[in-house]
Write a new protein. Sequence first.
Length: 145
Amino acid sequence: MRVMVMVKATAQSEAGKMPSTELLAAMGNFNEELVKAGVMLAGEGLRPSAAGKRVQFAGSRRTVLDGPFAETKELVAGFWLWQVKSMEEALEWVKRCPNPMEGESEIEIRPLFEAEDFGADFTPELREQEERLRAQTGNAANQPR
């Protein structure tokens, strides 16, 4: 199963405070463990929401909102994409993770949808299209599991 592991933003991360050398080293070591175990497919830190935009959809209308976005606890400061056997395995990895922020922080784990989750509505033609697009990206994180 693939999961997205999201590091929640804090007031400090939203203010653009960069991690210390010690935290960067600890995270580098943790990421190295994930890669050696064949778990990590991708992972990145995100710039503060002030550098971002949101697009709201209402029918055919699109409204662009500039960051920053107010509700820090709902923002993501970074992510991993992992391949694990179960949610329990993902939890065990997260419990081993260095605290990603100074002070309190939170990490959320969410399973990704897989092709079989969509049932009959995901027709053979749509599956073929999806597989073709994944192959064209050449990104291991996009490969079905």
